[in-house]
Design a protein. Structure first.
Length: 314
């Protein structure tokens, strides 16, 4: 939600909101009190960016030490300067999101842009994607993994006496076969099966368990379980092999994926640009190279204050 709030504030203060965008923003703020709270939080940081205390604090943060004050060309363009300030506010908020509590709760975790393979005691394997964390709880009667944040792909060793279950968000996924992926994004959880099948249970709302078969994916949250739909397994787990794959997806969605692997913030200014369609594959290890490719192939440009703050414009 903080990520979405920062995108709205960036677009608003860059002067790129259309009348339709403004109505969508009002609807987004009204549909959930947490949206308004996130918006207010990011806006508070944005308003504080000019203070000497905040500037001094930012200079003391290792991940933001390279971010300079806005140069003269940007002072001549106040809307762009305010948009960059909103992006910087997101970095401040996001930088504190993964705190010591997650570290203490987890048995394995990854940093932004990092991927890691974890061998479990039962012979199963977990591939952790960027900015992800898991807690492991194996007993004589059950094998339970808690996905604390992020995304993980599970290759499950057979053990009929001990079911293998991944708890994430408001539900759980139990392996009925070999290989599946669980991704947590805010209050929504996506389950994708690349081999055999799984059983999904959402605990916040009453309902029968859902079986997800190979080549299918479903999403659940506290509001219920959405129907499973077909996916391409090769694209779904491309990240395990170091690649992001996109097939006719909006640029806004592609950039959101790039942000998962980038230690900074990239945003698209303007709803028209955000809806441009993108297909192709990009290496996870170098998000900036992927961004350069997008600029070249789509004929767009970027405004950069180092590689940490980037705005894509038409």
């Amino acid at each position: 939600m903080t990520d979405a709030a920062a995108r709205w504030i960036t677009a608003r203060d860059a002067g790129t909101l259309t009348e339709t965008d403004a109505r969508d923003l009002a609807q987004w703020l009204a549909c959930d009190p947490r949206h308004a709270e996130a918006f207010a939080q990011v806006e508070t940081f944005w308003r504080a960016m000019g203070s000497d205390q905040v500037q001094a604090a930012l200079r003391g943060r290792p991940r933001l030490a390279v971010v300079p004050r806005l140069a003269a060309p940007f002072r001549a363009r106040p809307r762009i300067a305010m948009a960059l300030a909103a992006c910087l506010a997101l970095l401040v908020v996001g930088g504190s999101a993964r705190d010591g509590v997650t570290w203490l709760r987890s048995d394995a975790m990854t940093a932004t842009g990092e991927r890691r393979s974890v061998a479990l005691a039962d012979g199963s394997t977990v591939h952790l994607n960027t900015a992800s964390a898991i807690a492991i709880d194996f007993t004589r009667s059950a094998r339970t993994i808690r996905l604390l944040e992020g995304e993980a792909a599970f290759t499950v060793a057979r053990d009929r006496d001990r079911p293998f279950t991944v708890v994430a968000g408001s539900g759980s996924t139990t392996a009925l076969g070999t290989r599946f992926i669980v991704r947590q994004d805010g209050d929504q959880t996506d389950v994708t099966v690349t081999e055999h099948s799984v059983r999904v249970v959402e605990t916040a709302t009453p309902g029968a368990p859902s079986t997800v078969s190979e080549g299918q994916s479903l999403r659940y949250s506290r509001t219920g379980v959405q129907p499973a739909h077909r996916i391409d397994p090769r694209m779904a787990d491309a990240w395990v092999h170091g690649t992001m794959m996109f097939n006719d997806q909006p640029l806004g969605d592609v950039v959101r994926e790039l942000n998962r692997y980038h230690a900074g913030y990239i945003t698209v200014l303007g709803s028209g640009l955000a809806t441009r369609r993108v297909s192709g594959g990009f290496g996870i290890a170098n998000p900036m190279q992927a961004l350069d490719t997008l600029e070249h192939t789509l004929g767009i440009r970027s405004i950069r204050v180092t590689d940490r703050l980037i705005l894509l414009v038409a």
